[in-house]
Design a protein around this ligand. Structure first.
Ligand SMILES: [Zn+2]
Length: 138
C-alpha cells in the first residue's frame, strides 16, 4: 500500500514537470468554485452548477498549463485587481465606521475620494489632486 502511494507521488511529480501549478489566481478560482457550488446546493439552479464546472475546468487548465508567461501575466492582472478590491472594501468600511464624524465625497473634477470633518457648517474645499474648488455643508 505504501509502495502504491510512493509510485503515485512519483508519477504525479513526473506529470507536473514544466507545468504551472497553483498561484493566487488559481486559489481565488478554487474558492470561487466552492462558493458557487455551495450557492448551487442552496438554490438548485442548473446554470449555477455549470458556472462552478466552468471554474473547475479553468482551474485545471491553468494548473496543468505549460505556458508560464501567459499564466504569470494573468496572475499579475489578478493581484492588481485583488488589491483594488481590498482597498475598495477597506475604504467603504472606513467611510461607514466614521460616517458620524467625517463627510466623505468624490471630487467633482477628478473623482478622487475626499473627506472633511462634520459639524463645521458650509466649508470651501480645494481638491489636493486637481485643484477643483467645491462647497459642502458638513
Ligand atoms: Zn480633484
Amino acid at each position: 500500500m505504501l509502495e502504491f502511494f510512493n509510485n503515485l507521488r512519483i508519477r504525479y511529480s513526473e506529470f507536473m514537470v514544466g507545468r504551472y501549478g497553483m498561484d493566487k489566481l488559481n486559489w481565488a478560482i478554487l474558492v470561487a468554485a466552492i462558493v458557487v457550488h455551495i450557492i448551487y446546493r442552496i438554490l438548485g439552479f442548473f446554470f449555477i452548477r455549470v458556472i462552478s464546472w466552468i471554474l473547475i475546468i479553468l482551474l485545471i487548465v491553468r494548473f496543468i498549463s505549460r505556458d508560464h508567461g501567459s499564466r504569470t501575466k494573468e496572475n499579475i492582472w489578478w493581484e492588481g485587481k485583488s488589491k483594488e478590491i481590498t482597498a475598495a472594501i477597506a475604504s467603504a468600511d472606513r467611510s461607514w465606521r466614521d460616517r458620524k464624524t467625517t463627510l466623505y465625497f468624490n471630487c467633482e473634477g477628478c473623482k478622487t475620494k475626499l473627506s472633511v470633518p462634520r459639524g463645521k457648517g458650509k466649508v470651501r474645499i480645494v481638491c489636493p489632486n486637481c485643484g477643483q474648488e467645491m462647497f459642502k455643508n458638513t
